[in-house]
Design a protein around this ligand. Structure first.
Ligand SMILES: C[S@@+](CC[C@H](N)C(=O)[O-])C[C@H]1O[C@@H](n2cnc3c(N)ncnc32)[C@H](O)[C@@H]1O
Length: 222
């Protein structure tokens, strides 16, 4: 069962009682997304590479919060964004409407996301000249792509609840989809994840975590 709940920064998230976990940190959903994925992922990559087009692959699209904040960021920085989300259990448009995320983004971003969310589950949609979105409706293990990506947002449920998502079998094929210079970013860090990513040839960095977590992980493909 899915239930909308509030987090400490006032923004909402969804609690999945079957999994026993919410979609975001209880310390702040928007705060976490801004810190981990926008700050340590997108802003870090765009500062380093100074490119005008960025492609992002997200594991666990969920409410679309990471997409919405990324779209706003890219628009403000005049970067073209090509965004692909992987989602095995898509939320209903009604549930997404109840998150209240319009409070944190440009009205135009929210409006086109609301209007085209269902279309994006079937195909890649250019929501405006600046960004496009496609949500691949499948499990991570079934995902394949001819495209390569600059950034991977790894936003699966915690390994305590979904250990199979944090294995080399799951993550190894994703890393092959990362462009040279590309960044893999996630909210958690464990010794096992660090060793695995190093073994896959990435430079692994510890970064300060979002409130509630001491550290998070970023890894670079050289
Ligand atoms: C922590 S939540 C992601 C939150 C999301 N990024 C957001 O901002 O709302 C994990 C997501 O992974 C999805 N998921 C669970 N198992 C999956 C699988 N095997 N493959 C792809 N997605 C999966 C869940 O349905 C959920 O949306």
């Amino acid at each position: 069962m899915l239930q909308i709940v509030s987090t400490a920064d006032g923004s909402k998230t969804i609690f999945n009682s079957e999994v026993g976990e919410s979609y975001h940190s209880k310390h702040g959903a928007v705060q976490e997304s801004r810190h981990v994925f926008i700050g340590a992922g997108l802003a870090y990559f765009s500062d380093r590479s100074n490119v005008q087009e960025i492609s992002i692959l997200e594991v666990g699209f969920g409410t679309g919060l990471n997409f919405l904040l990324s779209a706003d960021f890219c628009e403000s920085h005049q970067i073209k964004l090509d965004y692909t989300g992987i989602e095995a259990y898509p939320l209903s448009p009604d549930m997404i409407g109840q998150t209240g995320y319009e409070e944190y983004i440009k009205p135009k971003t929210w409006q086109c996301f609301q209007e085209h969310y269902s279309d994006c589950l079937a195909q890649c949609v250019a929501l405006n000249p600046q960004y496009s979105l496609q949500i691949a409706l499948c499990k991570l293990a079934e995902f394949s792509s001819a495209k390569h990506y600059d950034i991977i947002y790894f936003d699966a449920f915690a390994s305590m609840h979904q250990p199979e998502m944090w294995t080399e079998t799951a993550i190894g094929p994703l890393i092959k989809l990362l462009n040279p210079g590309g960044v893999f970013v996630t909210y958690a860090i464990t010794g096992q994840l660090r060793r695995m990513l190093k073994g896959l040839g990435l430079e692994v960095q510890k970064a300060p975590g979002a409130p509630g977590k001491r550290e998070m992980l970023r890894a670079i493909r050289h």
